[in-house]
Design a protein around this ligand. Structure first.
Ligand SMILES: [Zn+2]
Length: 331
């Protein structure tokens, strides 16, 4: 999962690469760092270093130095210092980003670690600044270097927040249903319009499910598992409504010139038109593509919403930094 050139770079330099969590960590010039790949793209990485001033006062200078770095390193988009942690965001842009991305990452790591080294910065806990007993933790997909007592506090806090979040339960279901209905109506309108233009109206299935989920979230407070199921059922039905409306309008437009029919007559006559194999095939085709696109459109949102509503936060110790010798400045 880690971008192969970054992985290769890690292997060549004796860093640890955890493919599954998209994480690389190691030590350069005596300073521990981590590189986290964005789960959505292999062209985006966040670099962290946990340092504070030693005997020399260097804090304002760190920010200046980081500003110089963003000007100097092509793919370094931003860099900041919190007092205990340096955060550097890398993103490869353009078609040829892969060519110089890793050398750029490497150059930055060399610069920043030798800066830390020559300014006698010391590794520290992100939360309390202590330099003893440091471990790298991954909490909710973000790296934190903490001492064990800060980790105990942080993990309690995080679990409590997660529990509160899931206690919100289903939110306001009635509001959510109204929101999902309004959202899906938007999808129906788009479906009918595309159908009138003669394109594949099923594309609107994607719009419909996204609008229904968003609608539920906006009026229901938050998107719970119940909300997801309700939004999916509503969208499922509304696709049929949208298709029937589209066909009904078509029938009306063709027949109104010969007969005195209202749109509602046309709408009601759709089922009898479906006995015609040719029309039936076309309608079923529209529906199937519509549903497939709904699944595609909803997949990411549903997965994220499920993760959020589960109330669990993953927290684990990645490695011990102090006792593994990572924070050994003499190396
Ligand atoms: Zn601490």
């Amino acid at each position: 999962m880690i971008y192969k050139k970054v992985k290769q770079y890690a292997q060549n330099n004796g860093f640890t690469a955890e493919d599954k969590s998209g994480l690389v960590y190691g030590q350069m010039n005596g300073f521990f760092f981590s590189i986290h790949q964005d789960p959505a793209t292999p062209a985006k990485h966040t670099v962290y270093l946990w340092v504070k001033e030693g005997s020399m006062t260097a804090v304002p200078a760190i920010t200046d130095f980081l500003n110089q770095c963003t000007g100097k390193h092509q793919y370094l988009q931003s860099a900041s210092y919190s007092g205990t942690r340096i955060t550097a965001e890398f993103q490869g842009l353009g078609f040829k980003w892969g060519k110089n991305y890793v050398p750029c990452l490497d150059a930055f790591l060399r610069d920043i670690t030798s800066y830390c080294s020559s300014n006698q910065l010391v590794p520290c806990c992100q939360s309390c600044g202590s330099s003893a007993g440091l471990n790298l933790y991954q909490i909710d997909d973000t790296e934190h270097m903490l001492c064990s007592s800060c980790y105990a506090g942080a993990s309690d806090n995080i679990q409590r927040q997660a529990a509160e979040k899931s206690k919100k339960g289903s939110g306001n279901i009635v509001g959510g249903i109204v929101g999902a209905l309004l959202g899906s109506v938007l999808g129906v309108i788009v479906w009918v319009l595309i159908y009138q233009l003669g394109y594949i109206s099923a594309i609107a299935g994607l719009v419909m499910i996204i609008c229904a989920l968003k609608g539920y979230e906006m009026l229901g407070g938050h998107l719970s598992k119940t909300g997801i199921i309700i939004s999916c059922i509503i969208s499922f039905i509304m696709v049929i409504v949208a298709e029937q409306l589209s066909v009904g309008i078509e029938i009306y437009n063709v027949y109104k010139e010969y007969y005195e029919i209202t749109f509602f007559d046309a709408f009601r006559s759709v089922p009898s038109f479906l006995e015609e194999p040719e029309i039936r095939t076309a309608v079923i085709g529209d529906l199937v593509i519509g549903y497939i696109l709904m699944v595609v459109g909803a997949w990411g949102t549903i997965r994220q919403a499920y993760k959020n509503s589960s109330g669990k936060v993953s927290a684990r110790m990645v490695t011990s930094v102090t006792s593994a010798g990572y924070a050994d400045n003499n190396k």
